[in-house]
Design a binder for this molecule. Structure first.
Ligand code: NAD
Ligand code: TDX
Length: 358
């Protein structure tokens, strides 16, 4: 079901869930810089993935709690703006999630509670109080594609808004379920909502459990990059600021009931990424180790971003090498931010990971 949007929304009040994590905190910083008239409240459970430093100095109100806490969510959505509806001035932007595939292998039910149940709780509160919901989802809901040039059916495809859902992991299945629930609340309960499915983000403040920051912080500590399996897996990289600008394009001009796919034509194999990072550190490109592969490891993601181009959005960070070098510089300058979380993440990794190279 779609509702036509005859004029841009003018959003002035936001509840940002997961605003102390990687993409959410970058969204808060970018919004404060670009739209100083927007009032922001953050709801974040402050899990291991959040960093209190991410919001320090911003002045935004941080409510510590879970998106699955129906009473708390109801209170926050009420105070955001009763009855503002699709064209009104208030919206929830829902980033909060358990976001790491490797953790979903260890503790899958946590992902269902936060990602699936938490999204349903938010959707229900938004229906009840007539507030627009923008749900942040991922390209992983579509499953994976064969490698380009492999000759397999689908090897030259990219994900589109019409690609059927085929999630591989409990993480991506919990996000896929959340997307379905948002659509069901739109169709059967009259929720005003938009959904975006984005590809892999990179940039400042990403937790060192994730691929690029893990390698960058490892290199800063004098360690060798670690590739899962062969390293042929492809991800479609986008700078976090481009993702967040796309979210604002949807908040401003997106049609309620619609889904938008956000990507920046950034397909790179993990091997290419590691070689690029080694280059930035002045090392031999092939100085890395192969480690135990991720069970169920998706092969290739690729986004067709034409639904976003139709909204007038295009990415600004089109030079991946430059974006990567800037990201390395950020981690070099912010050791205090990542040192403890890297130690914690590596303890978990090293307990299960074997080096496969001689
Ligand atoms: P992140 O793990 O860095 O941050 C998630 C935030 O959510 C953290 O601050 C955490 O404390 C909070 N959180 C976790 N459980 C919560 C709960 N029950 N209630 C309230 N807050 C809770 O994740 P991220 O990489 O910033 O991802 C943000 C969103 O973007 C997620 O929905 C993710 O699925 C989606 N996404 C991420 C990427 C990517 O490349 N990182 C790509 C596409 C989509
Ligand atoms: O040490 C590593 N070595 C390695 O080769 C790690 C941590 C990862 N990898 C590989 C696995 C993936 O092919 O790198 C690729 C990227 O891994 P992650 O950073 O864990 O991301 P991914 O699993 O692709 O999921 C990401 O993109 C989609 C985000 O974490 C999700 O939240 C988002 O939905």
């Amino acid at each position: 079901m779609t509702t036509s949007l005859d004029r841009p929304r003018r959003i002035t009040r936001l509840l940002v869930t997961g605003g102390a994590g990687f993409i959410g905190s970058n969204f808060v910083h970018r919004t404060l810089a670009m739209r100083p008239d927007v009032h922001i409240t953050v709801l974040d459970a402050m899990t291991y993935a959040a960093n209190p430093a991410n919001l320090s100095g911003t002045g935004v109100e941080l409510v510590v709690g879970s998106v699955a806490d129906a009473a708390l969510v109801d209170r926050l959505v009420v105070s955001l703006g009763e009855g503002t509806g699709d064209a009104g001035g208030a919206a929830v932007v829902h980033f909060a999630a358990e976001s790491h595939n490797d953790n979903a292998l260890r503790d899958p039910l946590r992902f269902v509670r936060t990602n699936t149940e938490g999204t349903a709780v938010l959707a229900e509160a938004c229906v009840r109080h007539g507030v627009h919901l923008h749900h942040i989802s991922t390209d992983e809901v579509f499953g994976d594609l064969p490698l380009r040039g492999s000759g397999e059916p689908g090897s030259e495809d990219r994900f589109t808004v019409d690609t059927p859902y085929a999630p591989s992991s409990v993480y991506s299945a919990s996000k896929a379920s959340a997307d379905h629930l948002v659509r069901a609340f739109v169709r059967s309960h009259g929720l005003s909502a938009t959904i975006s499915n984005c590809s892999n983000n990179y940039g400042p403040r990403q937790h060192p459990e994730k691929f690029l920051p893990r390698q960058i912080t490892g290199l800063l500590d004098g360690e060798t990059p670690r590739l899962y399996g062969t390293g042929e897996n492809v991800r479609d990289w986008i700078h976090v600021d481009d993702h967040n600008d796309a979210v604002w394009a949807i908040l401003d001009r997106g049609v309620a009931g619609e889904t938008y796919l956000i990507g920046a034509d950034g397909e790179r194999s993990n091997l290419e990424c590691v070689r690029a990072l080694n280059g930035i550190f002045g090392r031999d490109g092939d100085d890395f180790v192969h480690v135990t592969d991720r069970p169920g490891h998706d092969l290739r993601y690729a986004i067709d971003p034409s639904s976003m181009h139709a909204l007038g959005w295009t990415p600004r960070f089109t030079d991946f090498a430059a974006g990567l070098a800037d990201t390395v510089a950020w981690y070099r300058d912010h050791r205090d931010w990542w040192e403890t979380s890297r130690k914690d993440a590596e303890l978990v990794y090293r307990a299960t990971e074997d080096i496969l190279d001689p």
